[in-house]
Every structure is written in C-alpha cells, then in structure tokens.
Design a binder for this molecule. Structure first.
Ligand SMILES: [Ca+2]
Ligand SMILES: [Ca+2]
Ligand SMILES: [Ca+2]
Ligand SMILES: [Ca+2]
Length: 208
C-alpha cells in the first residue's frame, strides 16, 4: 500500500512538472521568452539544485571530477535524520540530479525541434535511482549542451571560467566536497526570434 501511495504521489509531482514545462513551452513558442523570464528560469533551476544539495550528505558524493573538469550529473543521498542508538546519520535512497537529452532534440548535432538550440536537454531530479518505474522530476528544459561561451570537445576552456568543455549544467566540488559550484545555461527564442542565453552560477555549502 505504501508503495502505491509513493508511486501515485510521484506521478502527481511528475505530471505537475511536465504540465508546467509544457505550458511554458507553449507560451514561449507564441510570444518568445523575455530575457528576464529566461534569467528567472535559470535562477530557479540553480536555486532548486542548491536547496536539494544543501541536504545531501557530503560523504555520499562521488569522487570529485578531475581538476578543470565539471560533472554533468551527481548522485547523492540526503540526510534524513540522526540515529542516536547507532550514533550515525540516516541517509535516504540514492538520488540523482543531471542533464539528459531532450526527448524532442536527441543528441545528434541537429536542432531537431527547431527551437534554435542544438541538442538542448532537460535537468532532472531522480528521487530514487533504484526505483522502477523511475521517478524523474523535470527541473528545467532548454538547458544548452555546453555552458555559454564554451565549445565542446576541443580540450580548451573557451569561456575562461577554469573548466574545460563543461556542459550546460556543470557541477564542481570544492573544499573537499563540502561545497558544490552549480553553473547552468538556459536558452530560448526571444520575442524577436533571436536565441537568448542566460547563465547563472551559485555555490551551495553542504550541511553535513
Ligand atoms: Ca538534436
Ligand atoms: Ca533544439
Ligand atoms: Ca569553460
Ligand atoms: Ca572547450
């Protein structure tokens, strides 16, 4: 019974997330997205990731990417409480935040959906990587393949931010994995039909 409730709750969240994205997509197609709306969307994405990772256990993070490299996804466990009998932290199921290809624009070097962005993706939150069916919440769509100003696959830091060939969502561990720098670039067509890009950076300090 519990499983059914969890599955239904997940479905409701999932449908809500998809509905929101679909609505925004329609509005964007009709009028174009203003620069400030796109900035807001990018800011909400990194803020959402930050508030999620704030509760992650730093011990659960995978090894830091090599120097000058960033991860496009992270698996982690959130801290659910403290077991006073065992004297240790209770951790939840393994979660994942990462960028995946958009269903409308598979990763083939072409702008399949004609939105002006090539191979853009979605950033999703997976609540339990072991659960079937998988429960994925879409945190944002229109996340570019590489971060603004970066050229993929040339082994050069084109935008001068210290990271080489980083993706449109890039996660960088700092201070021995007790903080994570989150960078994301979102793109969309503006009112004039030109493609707008907005990049937001924030650093989150893990509580545990
Ligand atoms: Ca494509
Ligand atoms: Ca596209
Ligand atoms: Ca770079
Ligand atoms: Ca590059």
């Amino acid at each position: 019974m519990l499983e059914v409730v969890i599955a239904t709750g997940c479905l409701v969240l999932l449908l809500g997330a998809i509905g929101t994205v679909a609505q925004r997509g329609r509005a964007a197609a009709e009028a174009g997205v203003s620069a400030s709306a796109l900035s807001g969307k990018a800011q909400r994405l990194v803020d959402g990731i930050a508030s999620e990772l704030m509760n992650a256990s730093s011990a659960s993070l995978p090894l830091s990417p090599a120097a000058g490299r960033a991860a496009g996804q992270v698996d982690y466990r959130t801290v659910e409480g403290f077991d006073v009998v065992q004297g240790e932290i209770d951790e939840g199921p393994l979660r994942r935040i990462g960028r995946i290809p958009s269903p409308e624009d598979p990763n083939d070097g072409l702008d399949n959906d004609g939105d002006g962005l090539v191979d853009e993706g979605n950033v999703v939150l997976v609540l339990d990587t072991a659960a079937t069916p998988a429960c994925e919440l879409v945190l944002a769509s229109g996340v570019t393949e590489v971060l603004e100003g970066e050229i993929a696959g040339n082994n050069v830091d084109d935008n001068g931010n210290g990271l080489v060939d980083e993706g449109g969502l890039s996660l960088q561990w700092q201070n021995g994995g007790t903080s994570v720098v989150i960078r994301a670039t979102l793109g969309a067509r503006g009112p004039g039909g030109d493609v707008l890009l907005r990049t937001v950076v924030t650093t989150v300090h893990l509580r545990n």
